[in-house]
Unconditional design. Structure first.
Length: 454
């Protein structure tokens, strides 16, 4: 280990110790290796050409109801978000952040990924956004990135859907604790599916009780590491790594054993956010298999979610609540929805909220598959709650045919084998509809005057 790396370790250790002792203090400390030539600032870089803003999306669902493919927002709760989209269209050097939170329909990345790609084409691509080590936790993850480890053979995973998580979980609804004294993590963009998502800045989210990870001192691509925390969620460390050029991979290593803080490393690693230095949309897709509103409804979680600073929070939940062995009770379900929304409004007061309803699917019985009638009640409950509470809502259930549409999904071979999840093509079609609804709302509103105050 060279001299610079030893100094880097000692300085990071001091910062981490302060972060634990002074949990509410916001601190950041930069560590610079040997100076290297950097790329021009973001404002001077070439911006990728953008597609024309239109709702003429090539939807391949003959049973979709075009007139219902709209975001219902009579209280104009999305106006501030739409104004920010106008800033991008006007050429402003800014980033508009979106979080798409959900269950297994979101975790796989096909539904939310389609929305992300289309928004990037229209408003600019600011980066891949949130990625989490889902495969290392033993569950499926999107196909456009990979997170691996060469030194840790076994991890303890904690997920928001577990009654007794094995370790703390964080922003992505997941946490990983290594069963090893040394840790490494490699993040990479898949060559084909991840095309266009090279990055030059990485934000690494972890519990303050974990070992700090840094790029190899011999890796000449990185120029700066900023180790810090945020008073909104002081239990989370946010480490920023900046690179001199855009790359498609980065390897991180633990810097020490127990020098960073007193006591054992009992925390978890949560995930990363990837940026590319360009203006545009930064779309964070966060989903957990089996997730329900109540799994995310904790002040601690929503405080962590606020670290992503979303202008818009899209919520795609409800399917798992519909698979109940007893009678579905709308009042009980809405109380769970309301519990989560109240926390969002408290800790993310500047974030607009867009509720979505699930498309209809089947449920398995002793006699085979039957239509899940609870989806109808759930969609009605969500849309009525949104209307009463002044929230925006996209009713995917009605936009794709409503009652008995599950049979049309099945006939079109757009459902998975379990007839609960959809095929890749089915999810892509849902993503097109959500994008189309958002664009229609944008186009229906008069363009505001863009002020420098924004």
């Amino acid at each position: 280990m060279n001299r610079n790396n030893k100094n880097l370790k000692r300085r990071c250790a001091g910062t981490a110790l302060l972060a634990v002792i002074l949990a509410g203090w916001f601190g950041s400390l930069s560590f610079l290796p040997e100076r290297r030539a950097a790329e021009p600032p973001a404002a001077e870089r070439a911006i990728s050409p953008r597609a024309a803003l239109t709702d003429s999306v090539n939807v391949q669902l003959p049973f979709a109801v075009d007139s219902l493919c709209r975001v219902n927002d009579p209280s104009r709760s999305l106006d501030d978000f739409l104004n920010k989209l106008d800033q991008l269209l006007a050429g402003k050097d800014t980033i508009v952040r979106i979080v798409h939170l959900g269950d297994s329909h979101v975790q796989a990345g096909f539904y939310s990924g389609q929305v992300m790609h289309l928004l990037h084409e229209a408003f600019g691509n600011a980066g891949r956004g949130w990625i989490a080590p889902l495969k290392l936790a033993g569950v499926n993850e999107p196909k456009d990135y990979r997170i691996t480890s060469s030194t840790v053979g076994k991890w303890t995973a904690g997920r928001c859907v577990q009654k007794a998580p094995g370790c703390p979980w964080g922003l992505g609804g997941i946490g990983l604790r290594p069963e090893s004294e040394t840790v490494d993590l490699s993040i990479g963009i898949s060559p084909l599916r991840g095309a266009g998502y090279a990055f030059d800045e990485v934000l690494f989210y972890r519990d303050v009780r974990t070992l700090r990870l840094l790029p190899d001192a011999a890796d000449e691509r990185w120029t700066e590491a900023v180790c810090g925390s945020d008073p909104r969620a002081p239990e989370v460390a946010v480490d920023t790594f900046r690179l001199a050029t855009t790359v498609d991979s980065l390897h991180l290593y633990s810097t020490s054993s127990n020098e960073d803080f007193p006591g054992p490393a009992t925390g978890s690693y949560y995930g990363f956010s990837l940026l590319n230095g360009q203006p545009g949309i930064l779309y964070h897709s966060i989903g957990q298999n089996g997730a329900m509103f109540m799994n995310y409804a904790s002040a601690g979680y929503v405080r962590q979610l606020s670290l992503l600073d979303p202008s818009l929070l899209i919520i795609t939940l409800g399917t798992n609540e519909s698979y109940t062995a007893r009678l579905f009770r709308e009042e009980e379900f809405i109380s769970q929805v309301d519990g989560f929304i109240r926390l969002v409004r408290e800790y993310l007061p500047s974030t607009a909220i867009l509720l979505t309803t699930p498309a209809e699917s089947f449920r398995r019985t002793r006699n085979g598959f039957v239509r899940n009638e609870n989806i109808s009640g759930m969609a009605r409950a969500i849309t009525e709650y949104a209307a009463t509470g002044g929230l925006a809502c996209f009713d995917l259930y009605r936009a794709t045919g409503g009652a008995n549409s599950c049979k049309k999904w099945q006939e079109g071979k757009l459902l998975g084998r379990d007839r609960v999840h959809f095929s890749v093509e089915g999810y892509h079609e849902q993503g097109k509809l959500l994008y189309k609804a958002l664009v229609r709302l944008k186009m229906s509103r008069q363009d505001p005057v863009i002020s420098d105050e924004h």
